[in-house]
Each structure stands twice: as C-alpha cells, then as structure tokens.
Design a protein around this ligand. Sequence first.
Ligand code: UDX
Length: 441
Amino acid sequence: MRIAMIGGGYVGLVSGACFAEFGTEVVIVETDRDKLDALRAGSIPIYEPGLDKIVSANTEAGRLTFTEDLASAIETVDAVFIAVGTPTRRGDGHADLTYVYEAARQIARHARTGLLVVTKSTVPVGTGREVARILRSERPDLAFSVASNPEFLREGNAIGDFMRPDRVIIGIDGTARDGGAHATALMRQLYRPLYLIETPIVMTDLETAELTKYAANAFLAMKVTFINEMADLCERLGGNIHDVARGMGLDQRIGRKFLHAGPGYGGSCFPKDTRALTAIARDAGAPSRLVETTVAVNEARKAAMAERVIALCGGSVHGKTIAVLGLTFKPDTDDMREASSLPLIHRLVEEGATIRAYDPEGMNAARPLLPGAVEYALSAQDAALGADALIVLTEWNVFRALAPARLLSAMRGRVIADFRNIWEPAAMREAGFSYHSIGRP
Ligand code: UDX
C-alpha cells in the first residue's frame, strides 16, 4: 500500500512518518521549498520527541519520501491524505478551508479511478462532503472514495498518541458508488497494526467523524477551564485544587486527566477548534453556550495572569525585573501558538517591567512574537539573575529540578508566581520565597 500526505506540517509529518512505521509507503507532498529541502536533508522543522528517529529510520528504509510534485505523487498512490492547515478565518471565527479545497482540486486533476481521499486536518462538519463534491464535479469520469480521519495527537506526545491511541475515528462516505466498501477496506488495511493491539476503531459517516473531533477538543478545553474556575474558588474560600481535582477525577465518570489548573489553555488546537465549533453551532442555529463561555473564560483568564503578577509585585512592575520560565503553550514543544506567555509578557512590558525569559525549546519561535526589549537567558538559573519576581508558565521538567536556595540567591526579590504548581508551597516558603501558586493555600 502506498499513500500520499499533502502537507508536511505537524500533522502531516507525524502521521506520514507513523504510517511509514506501520509499514506503508508514504510520500509527503510539501510545496514550501525551504521546508522540503530541510526534510530531505533529514532535519525536522519542529520539536517533537522521537519524531526525528522514525523519520530517519523510515527514510533510510525507503518507505518515507518527500516531494513538491503533487501530480506524480498522486499517480502512484492508493490513498491521499489532506493534512494542510485550517487557521481561524479573520472576522467570523470559522476555520479557513482555502487550503483544503485547493488540495481537493489539485488531487482531482491528477487522480485515477478508485483513489481514496481522506481529510486529516480538523475541518467543520460538511467539509468531507464538499471535498467529495469537488472531486466528483472536477472529474465525473472517475469513481472516488472519501473518508474523514481526524487526528487526536498531543504535541510532545504525538508519536505515542499515533502508535497507541485510545481510539481511531474513521468517517466513510457512504454515497460513493460502492457504498464506501473500498474506503473501508483501505482504511482498515492502513490501521491494521492497531487492530492487532485491539485499539477501538469507530467507523462512522463523514459528518459524525468531523463533529467527534470538535466535540472531543471542546470538551477537554471545557474540562481545563472548569478546573481553573474551581482553582479560583479555592483561592477565595480555602481548599487545595490538587485534592479537589484528585477527588473529582477518581470518579471514573469524570476521569483524572485534564484537571490540572493553570494559566489558561493555549496551543494550535483548543483555541482554534473551540472558536470554530462556536461559529459552526451558531450558524447551524444551535449555539453552544457552554463552548462560547469556555472560550470567553479562557481568554479572560490569560489576560488576568498579568494582573496577578502586578498585584504580587505590590501593585506595580515599573522598573522591576521579572524572570519568566517557560514560553511555549505547554512543555515538550517549541510551539508558541496562543501561549499564555504572549499576553502576559506584552502587558508586563507595557507596564514598564524588564523581562528575562527562558524556555528550553521555544525561544526562537518566541522572539518575533514578543516585544524586542525582552532579554533571553541561557538557562532558568540565568533568567533568575537579579529578578524581583519569577513566574513559571510552562511545566518543563528542568524547572522542577531547580534548587530553590540557588534560585533565591540569584534573585534580587523573592516573589514567585508558580502558575503550573510545580513546587510545594510549604517547601518554597521555608526556602524563603513569597510563593504563590494556582488554587492552593
Ligand atoms: C490537543 C488535544 O489534546 C489533542 O487530542 C488534539 O489533537 C490537539 O489538541 P495539544 O494542543 O497538543 O493537544 O495539547 P494538550 O496537551 O491537549 O494541552 C492543551 C492546552 O491545555 C495546553 O495549553 C495545556 O497547558 C492546557 N492544559 C491541559 C491545562 O492547562 N491543564 C490540563 O490539565 C491539560
């Protein structure tokens, strides 16, 4: 079996490399010349643990190749995956589908009969149907199969999530000439290694698969936002959010994951997908007030983090030096998209603070997004040098390992705002810090 993956971005590259690891021949089509050259030279443009290894192993084995030539890639494959970007469209919050539909038109131009076209990008309900319509109207002479196969990869965990997922969702277009039989057979063959480890495979129609992806992400975003509100309540009323989360999460109907309170969710998926779902629901005449509120509460929370720091610094950060540990939206990634560090640092700089930032992987991506005056440190310990206050924004393991006494001796002040609760309050106070965390006494 041979497949093409349109788009060598995060989803395309991880999925392509993992399908190759499953034994399928994969050609990744990337039109950005610099990215393509980098990939061909064996350099991975994103930071994702374990990805470089499986890319190089499968490239060497000849199962994974890269090209910019969509036409010749399509001619030799059984299935094409569309894994192009779907950014938020300006103005209305909908996902921008320009790249998806353009990919469908190009695929149609070079397709042969029997080709299976699969959307992997997160797309609004109805997109798979529209892809099918485009294919069939461009090439009425051909019989296409269409499927939707949303991904549930977490950055930093993507390889494990792909190789050992909780489930796989496959939406099949039943209106194909064969009722979807060919698509079903090909998708089963692609995911055969997962059948062997008894991964649940949920076979549905296109619309259900598309909606499932949004519903899952929105629910998780809501779960995080809920625990963040409970953390605020703990701060007002007393109570420890860790124990609340544990006590709640042990109820199997609730589950323990995604109950870690923090500075608000970010990343390439939750913010974009929750906004898209609210727009879809509004347009469908069934607005989701829960998801709309989640979006608004999370935005407000990110903005409120700067106010917390200002208050902890005695009402003003003017002329103060503030160390920021962690810039990316979460650990084990270099991704800065919608990171809570962005509004926080912009605000503190506006208020006259000097920022000394450190992130193990994210500083290159952060530079163009942050004010020019931000100083970048060589290490976490270096960032603390001369700081009046120190903020932890991302729970990288290297931060957990810092020695409090050394940190304190490097700092000028002693305020710590630990927005990821990586340290124990009692120990930090004992070490001499004025220590604040999220939702803990
Ligand atoms: C997410 C989904 O988990 C994944 O299934 C989907 O395919 C893409 O979006 P990702 O964006 O990589 O993955 O990160 P995730 O680990 O889900 O975290 C998202 C955000 O929520 C981060 O900012 C993270 O810090 C925050 N978060 C997550 C919390 O604040 N608390 C939690 O308990 C969990």
